[in-house]
Ligand binder design. Structure first.
Ligand SMILES: [Zn+2]
Length: 214
């Protein structure tokens, strides 16, 4: 499966959030806070497989094979737990990096270790008379799922402008701001934007009201 990602109309896909504009950030966003409670969107190995499918990293057939072979296995569960631990360490590293700090040495070491053990592969693909090189990985074992995540996290730190990567002003979600102006402040209009706009509107109304009676 390739690691390319198409533009999405909705931020939700199959029960997962895709608003980060970057795979590693979408992975961080698999534990959003809703109604003041952290919601684990990856409670089991099957949910992890569905997330990979929603992220266009696994095809239906690959998902079915993995589910059949590893769905109820201790190994699948172990990979899921390792992935959630990686997610939380990555969250700390991304937060520090967003604030202008260096990427944690521990994070660099862990990502290098993962990329060496589970590398992304390159293949040449003919497109008419030209050809393109695309990244892919072979998801035959649960551990292989680390390949696109580690690669994407490394690309985030190496290639994405950190001034454009930030946490939502209202919640725990992260995103890479790809807007023209670069002034995106919240994860999404639907989740936090409307709430802020309503609060700002109410504040403005109060000011108008207060001034009117002065
Ligand atoms: Zn938010």
């Amino acid at each position: 499966m390739t690691a390319s990602k198409s533009l999405r109309k909705s931020e939700w896909k199959d029960g997962f959030l895709f608003l980060g504009n970057q795979l590693a950030l979408d992975f961080l966003n698999t534990c959003p806070v809703q109604n003041r409670e952290a919601v684990e969107l990856l409670p089991d190995f099957d949910a992890l497989l569905r997330w990979f499918q929603a992220a266009d990293l696994l095809g239906a057939r690959e998902l079915a094979t993995l589910r059949q072979q590893w769905g109820e296995s201790v190994r699948g569960q172990h990979v899921l737990e390792r992935m959630r631990e990686l997610r939380e360490r990555l969250r700390m590293a991304v937060l520090a990096w967003e604030r202008g700090g260096a990427v944690h040495r521990g994070a660099i070491g862990e990502l290098n270790h993962l990329m060496a053990a589970h590398p992304m592969l390159t293949r040449l693909k003919a497109t008419g008379i030209t050809s393109i090189a695309e990244l892919w990985f072979d998801p035959s074992r649960p551990e292989d799922l680390f390949a696109p995540l580690a690669h994407s996290a490394a690309m985030l730190f190496a290639s994405v402008d950190r001034n454009r990567v930030r946490k939502c002003g209202q919640c725990v979600l992260h995103f890479s701001d790809t807007s023209k102006k670069g002034t995106r402040r919240w994860c999404s209009m639907q989740l936090c934007g409307n709430r802020l706009k309503v609060a700002a509107y109410a504040a403005r109304q109060r000011t108008i009201h207060d001034n009117g009676f002065r």
